[in-house]
Design a protein around this ligand. Structure first.
Ligand code: AMP
Ligand code: ZN
Length: 549
């Protein structure tokens, strides 16, 4: 089967044919580094990471080049630097902010299982390329200088004949309508309201570079030109895929197309334009004032009273088709954790079995190929819900067949959920115990939380988890904070012990030994088991049980 991708420009799903299969090239707009990335920012990073993995699978690891930039010149960065480091010269303060934020971003998206892109260019290291594109645009009559600014003129672009695309074609807007709809209070240095900045003067103290197009005063680039310059430098004048969030289609990507196509006289900047849908939180747009703003770091450290590991956050994100909006809710996150926990419970047993003979399940699974029923849906415009449904449909096989379980490990690795370096993923070694079905997700949940609590060295959280465990009649035996493999040593070797106690209680009740019957009920309650007395179809008394909530 061939790969088909939806193209925002042509608005259809088409077979994907790389310009050069030996060098498949993808560019994705990266973060502006001034603060922690939020969970919405994580969405394009995860979506295009899945695509990167798929392309590597199809064309070979050495034949895919993924470029994701770091925007390190921006007013928000300057503001933050001035606020946080008032004593430092602005340029030094800016470097501190951008280096620290870049590190945080890497830590966060690493935790979400995202591979590093092939190249991560920084805007400030590509000022030369930006200047030379600007020179080309001015020379070609697409841009002009006014009051030390350089502006791009969409009208000039659309007046030119030849191969160039029309300005507005990516966003599906007509330039005439844009001009008609533009507000009248146009900046004095713009000829048309739709003209956009390629270069502008820097304010005193701000970062500045020698200006292009004969402008004497130093200045700095506009935002859009950065991506045209970095994609050109690392991927060439035209390349295969350009991605980002749907909010970037206009004006950012429209302007990138205008700059690159006019500078290089090409009809396309990228062969395929891909955009992920937006993420909102509990049905609302994420915003600091609404109090529903959530960073990746918060999720990993603790959101709504729980820490969420990277594999859970990623699994939750993968549930929705990339072009659909996501509603990020606590319930969906919890459902994702419980489902992964249930799968891991099965994987744990092969993990335990293999590790006893010195083998590593994740490493061995890595030698398998991903399943056709997982790769297949991804070939159809990255249909993630389809790929996940395939894994889900094999769940009932997991406990029965080691091969099926190994294959699921492989498929989870392919989706970036299980990582080769996370040896401890299934490390809730049960030491041969069987737990009652009602307990498995609860115990697995404990394992997840414990793993996070140890990784964060969060003593209080560890204590809280130990208490939760004790209520379930489970003790945790840690093998130390680095080897997060856990041994749950419990009385729950099977359901029989509960049944035995219930039968003893039934017998006590038949003998009207209420004291003993109450004692047994209390003993079970201490294990987290709640009894329900009722009658069966023949009117005989029966006692069923469930776990306390
Ligand atoms: P920014 O730092 O705002 O330029 O965003 C970086 C990337 O995250 C861009 O690709 C945006 O489209 C994307 N993005 C920002 N907010 C959201 C959101 N709420 N949902 C999905 N993607 C987003
Ligand atoms: Zn960009």
């Amino acid at each position: 089967m061939e790969l088909r991708l939806y193209d925002t420009l042509t608005r259809d799903k088409r077979p994907f044919t790389p310009l050069d299969p030996a060098n498949v090239r993808m560019y994705v707009c990266g973060p502006t580094v001034y603060d922690f990335a939020h969970i919405g920012n994580a969405r394009p990073v995860i979506v295009f990471d899945v695509l990167f993995r798929l392309l590597r699978h199809l064309y070979g690891e050495a034949h895919v080049k993924y470029v994701r930039n770091i925007t390190d010149v921006d007013d928000k960065i300057n503001d933050r630097a001035a606020r946080d480091y008032p004593g430092l010269p602005l340029n030094e303060a800016i470097r501190k902010v951008t280096e620290q934020t870049e590190r945080q971003f890497h830590d966060d998206v690493d935790a979400l299982g995202c591979l590093r892109p092939t190249v991560e260019p920084r805007a400030t290291e590509h000022i030369g390329e930006m200047r030379s594109i600007i020179e080309k645009l001015v020379a070609g009559g697409f841009a002009y200088v006014e009051q030390d600014h350089v502006l791009f003129s969409p009208s000039a672009m659309n007046a030119a004949n030849g191969v160039l695309p029309r300005y507005g074609s990516l966003a599906n807007r007509s330039l005439d309508e844009m001009i008609a709809g533009a507000r009248v209070d146009v900046a004095p240095y713009k000829r048309d309201a739709t003209d956009f900045v390629l270069w502008k003067p820097s304010k005193p103290g701000e970062p500045s570079w020698p200006s292009p197009a004969g402008i004497a005063t130093p200045g700095r680039p506009g935002w859009h030109i950065e991506c045209s310059a970095m994609s050109w430098k690392h991927l060439g004048e035209t390349f295969d895929i350009h991605g980002g969030g749907i909010d970037l289609v206009f004006p950012h990507h429209e302007n990138e197309v205008a700059q690159s196509c006019c500078a290089f006289h090409t009809s396309r900047m990228a062969q395929t334009w891909m955009h992920n849908g937006f993420l909102q939180v509990e049905g609302e747009k994420m915003s600091k004032s609404l109090g529903n703003f959530v960073t990746i770091r918060e999720l990993l450290r603790g959101w709504r009273g729980q820490a969420w590991s990277g594999d859970v956050v990623r699994w939750a994100m993968l549930q929705t088709h990339y072009r659909q909006p996501i509603d990020w809710t606590f319930d969906n996150l919890l459902a994702a954790r419980n489902e992964l926990a249930e799968i891991y419970i099965f994987l744990r047993s092969i993990d335990y079995e293999l590790s006893n003979s010195g083998r590593d399940v994740v490493q061995e699974a890595g030698n398998l190929s991903p399943s056709a029923d997982v790769v297949g849906p991804l070939l159809d415009d990255l249909n993630l819900p389809g790929a996940i449904a395939s894994i889900r449909s094999r769940r009932s096989m997991l406990g029965k067949s080691r091969d099926a379980a190994m294959q699921v490990v492989r498929d989870l690795m392919f989706l970036g959920v299980v990582r080769s370096e996370t040896r401890y993923v299934f490390g809730m070694s049960s030491v041969g115990q069987r737990w009652p079905a009602q307990l498995t997700t609860k115990i697995a949940g404990l394992g997840f939380d414990y793993r996070i609590a140890c990784a964060n060295k969060d003593e209080e959280f560890v204590k809280q988890i130990e208490e939760r465990a004790a209520r379930l009649g489970v003790t945790i035996e840690s093998r130390g904070p680095l080897d997060l493999g856990l041994n749950f040593v419990s009385d729950w070797s099977d359901q029989q012990s509960i049944q035995d106690l219930i039968e003893a209680r039934t017998a006590a009740r038949a003998n009207k030994d209420w004291k003993e019957s109450d004692r047994i009920r209390d003993e079970l309650a201490a294990m987290g088991v709640v009894l329900k007395d009722g009658k069966d179809a023949d009117g005989k008394p029966v006692t069923t049980w469930e776990l306390a909530r």
